[in-house]
Design a protein around this ligand. Structure first.
Ligand code: GN1
Ligand code: MG
Length: 366
């Protein structure tokens, strides 16, 4: 047992668990938080996470949002499906309290930590059309279940999916050129390419200001690997609730297709391998629309193809901004990692832009 593992176990022991934490191992491949699976002496499994507080600056708000969201989902699911508490624990994340406290997070070893019950199901980095249909239904159901939430949720990352704001950050990064990367190879061409689409891609903010596009409670991180499937191939749970907040519906529709709808991972270097999967688009759209039809407005529906293009574009802007800043936000494995991701996402963006009419027709004819 190395010291790291000892420390993780010590931290897990600060929370209420069934049995005492006795082993720990890294889990998943998120770009923001550090995640571990912890086992206890009574054979129970938990997920321990160190919250990245450079990204989530208000940990109190983050955890109170999550508790409010999971409480609401539990109530709605127990009403709709008749689940009891034990069933609910397999479908909705449950965060454990810190011993002798009402809080679900604590400071230890210089960081903020939280512990949740481990959900025994699998996540995937790519899925087939059948899973995409189920994922569409499930992410749409998430939005539908949250649509009658009466409380107020804060923005755990202010302006998270605000394209205008992301472009301001990009402009500032270009101006500062903090890591002195702007004059390398063809980085100025990347800047020009991003700039040429900025007005087109800020449509959601304009429609919002004109009162034509509402904000909904969205998950805002509907990456394909944030959905868990059980051994029967059914959707078991939606995880990673850190960014649940008011946003435009495109957040939940577009980010899934950005990941599952690409033929390659977001950091594939060979751009010839990056294209748009129409089979995934069709299946996911079918499932999603089925679940959100009770509340989706005509303007939202009409702009879904824009939502598909928006997310690779926004992600390219965010990756490139971080690259220029010197890789301070996303975890990277090598110096050009964020640049590779940028080019990859711009390639996907162009592939999607070539399919705007096809997507609009498909949605209209559903
Ligand atoms: C981050 O680390 P992960 O998978 O939760 C990011 C998302 C990006 C994604 C890109 C809080 O998600 O917005 O789409 O990386 N999360 C945050 O892969 O910034
Ligand atoms: Mg995440």
């Amino acid at each position: 047992m190395n010291t790291d593992q000892d420390e993780i176990i010590e931290i897990a022991r600060l929370f209420e668990t069934v049995g005492e934490a006795c082993s720990a191992a890294p889990l998943g491949n998120g770009l923001i938080n550090d995640t571990y699976k912890v086992e206890t002496s009574q054979g129970r499994s938990y997920v321990l996470q160190r919250i990245n507080d450079a990204v989530f600056r208000d940990v109190d708000l983050l955890q109170s949002n999550i508790v409010a969201v999971t409480d609401h989902l539990r109530k709605r699911l127990s009403y709709l499906k008749g689940y009891d508490d034990e069933d609910l624990d397999t479908h909705v994340l449950r965060f454990m309290k810190v011993k002798d406290s009402q809080k679900t997070f604590c400071m230890a070893g210089g960081g903020w930590w939280r512990l949740s019950l481990f959900i025994d199901a699998k996540s995937y980095d790519s899925v087939d059309p059948h899973f995409s249909l189920l994922a569409g239904k499930a992410f749409g159901l998430f939005d539908a279940l949250m649509s009658d939430y009466k409380g107020r949720l804060g923005e755990t990352i202010p302006n998270f999916h605000n394209m205008e704001f992301r472009l301001c950050q990009f402009d500032e990064a270009v101006r500062a050129d903090a890591a002195k990367r702007l004059d390398e190879v063809d980085n100025r061409a990347v800047v020009a390419e991003i700039n040429s689409f900025r007005d087109q891609m800020c449509k959601a903010e304009r429609l919002g200001r004109e009162g034509k596009l509402p904000k909904r409670i969205c998950h805002c991180d509907t990456k394909v690997n944030n959905m868990m499937f059980n051994s029967k191939g059914e959707v078991q749970a939606i995880i990673d609730l850190d960014t649940v907040m008011p946003s435009f519906i495109f957040s939940d529709y577009g980010d899934f297709l950005r990941t599952a709808g690409s033929t390659a991972a977001e950091d594939e270097k060979d751009l010839r391998k990056v294209s748009f999967r129409k089979d995934i688009f069709e299946a996911f759209t079918k499932g999603f629309l089925e679940s959100v039809k009770s509340f989706l407005s005509p303007v939202e529906k009409e702009n879904l193809p824009y939502g598909v293009a928006l997310f690779p574009y926004m992600q390219a802007v965010r990756f490139f901004t971080d690259y220029l800043d010197g890789d301070t936000y996303y975890k990277t494995k090598y110096p050009e990692h964020n640049l590779v991701r940028t080019r990859n996402q711009m390639k996907l963006f162009h592939e999607i832009m070539n399919n705007m009419d096809y997507m609009a027709n498909f949605i209209q004819n559903l």
